[in-house]
Write a protein that binds this ligand. Structure first.
Ligand SMILES: Cc1cc2nc3c(=O)[nH]c(=O)nc-3n(C[C@H](O)[C@H](O)[C@H](O)COP(=O)(O)OP(=O)(O)OC[C@H]3O[C@@H](n4cnc5c(N)ncnc54)[C@H](O)[C@@H]3O)c2cc1C
Length: 398
């Protein structure tokens, strides 16, 4: 049995046959329980989505499935990052899979970061209820212009010392999960630099302004605009080291990106499976679409792209398990996977014709779900710029 580590806690890896059985169990769960409960017409009803997710979690637990990275005592499976690749790909084939298995954003990356950074008291109050699914979190960094977006140095939210605590003021938006979150990890500037604070959603001065409608089809907690006005928190609200908020955000993002890559490979693969099925049934000019070379080229390219995307994701996961820095490689993988899954979903829409843009199949919703991934977790252009600068500065071989 191999051993990796996370937050000082050993993560065991399973014998390959056990892992294969786990993945097969999950594949069957997604096909027979989760996908049949995806009610595309009720996708915007957040309460209905949550009800279904809770029902599915109970079924998942009865089948020995659960949060892939969580501790066994909290209903988690304690998988290594490498083992997560196949697990997240299967879970990600459904819009509801990651939500039902408690491995979707922002919960999963918030748990990962708090596991590394939280004090014993913060673990007890925030992380443990999060792991048990009793509380929900969100991560609040991005601000409307002229505040922080792609450039972390533009952070405007501030936290000033007040007595033994802090007073936070700021304006945040596109905060995933905030509509249902019990607390937020807020990034705000102190004299020492950007810092992380835990802010309960019922703190006076913490206000949800609105849920911002986006391309994303399913309501999994919304993307909210938030205002913090003279929001007072105690000394124990500071997470990690004061002034290290950007390093903490980087730590959180690296795992988050990888999980997004894994999940979205699953979603893109599902879109192409639907397109392939359509191509084998639909005829044009007396032949099946599947016999037309231009359609075949789209299918072949999708397979090549997803194979490359899986391989890159797995390589980054192995590096993470080995305790290596993944900054450069996770940037490269994020750009490639985000663009590959978008191209695959676009081809799936194209092959399905008008049906592909309808909501009669999940294909158009998959296309919408994947498009923002080229923007969040670092826009492709920002990653390309960082990759090139590192390569040129350090003389890295391509
Ligand atoms: C669905 C969704 C969910 C999100 N969830 C969260 C969340 O939970 N928490 C949170 O804090 N934020 C969240 N965000 C915000 C996300 O992190 C930001 O959108 C992202 O950081 C980019 O910032 P921006 O939107 O302000 O784009 P801008 O900074 O305005 O950039 C716009 C575009 O300009 C180009 N660009 C910008 N800078 C450069 C550069 N240096 N070099 C080359 N080109 C550049 C890129 O093409 C970029 O897409 C979410 C966004 C979306 C769409």
């Amino acid at each position: 049995m191999g051993q990796g580590r996370e937050g000082g806690r050993p993560m065991s890896t399973r014998p390959p046959a056990d892992h294969a059985a786990l993945i097969e169990n999950l594949r069957d769960f997604i096909d027979t329980e989760v996908i049949p409960r995806e009610d595309l017409k009720a996708a915007h009803d957040g309460q209905a989505v949550d009800r279904v997710a809770a029902e599915l979690y109970a079924i998942a637990r009865s089948r020995g499935l659960g949060a892939p990275r969580g501790r066994p005592e909290d209903g988690g499976l304690g998988l290594s990052w490498t083992e997560c690749c196949a697990y997240l790909e299967q879970a990600g084939r459904s819009f509801l899979g990651p939500h039902a298995l408690r491995c979707g954003p922002p919960t999963q990356p918030d748990m990962f970061a708090l596991d590394k950074l939280a004090t014993p008291a913060q673990r007890q109050r925030y992380l443990e209820p999060l792991l048990r699914g009793e509380r929900k979190s969100c991560f609040a960094m991005t601000e409307p212009a002229p505040g922080v977006g792609s450039d972390p140095r533009m952070l405007l939210a501030s936290a000033r010392p007040d007595g033994d605590g802090w007073v936070i003021n700021g304006h945040k938006w596109f905060i995933t999960g905030a509509m249902k979150a019990d607390f937020a990890i807020v990034v705000a500037r102190t004299e020492a630099g950007p810092s992380w604070f835990l802010v309960d959603a019922d703190t006076p001065g913490y206000q949800i302004v609105r849920d911002i409608p986006t391309l994303e089809p399913f309501d999994l907690g919304g993307h909210a605009e938030i205002k913090l006005t003279d929001c007072r928190v105690g000394p124990d609200a500071l997470v990690g080291e004061q002034g290290q908020g950007l390093a903490h955000s980087q730590l959180r993002l690296e795992g988050a990106r990888l999980f997004h890559c894994m999940r979205y490979i699953g979603l893109a693969s599902r879109a192409m499976a639907i397109a392939q099925d359509y191509a084998t049934r639909r005829e044009s000019q007396g032949v099946k679409l599947a016999e037309l070379q231009m359609v075949q080229a789209m299918v072949a390219d999708a397979h090549i792209q997803l194979y490359a995307a899986r391989t890159m994701t797995l390589d980054v996961a192995r590096r993470l398990d080995a305790g290596e820095s993944i900054r450069h490689h996770s940037s490269m993988a994020k750009v490639f996977v985000a663009e590959a899954v978008n191209q695959v979903a676009d081809s799936a829409v194209q092959i399905c014709g008008a049906l592909g843009v309808s909501e009669d199949t999940p294909v158009s919703m998959i296309f919408r779900m994947l498009r923002p991934f080229r923007i969040y977790d670092g826009a492709s252009e920002v990653h390309r710029s960082a990759i090139a600068k590192r390569a040129l500065r350090h003389g890295l071989a391509a």
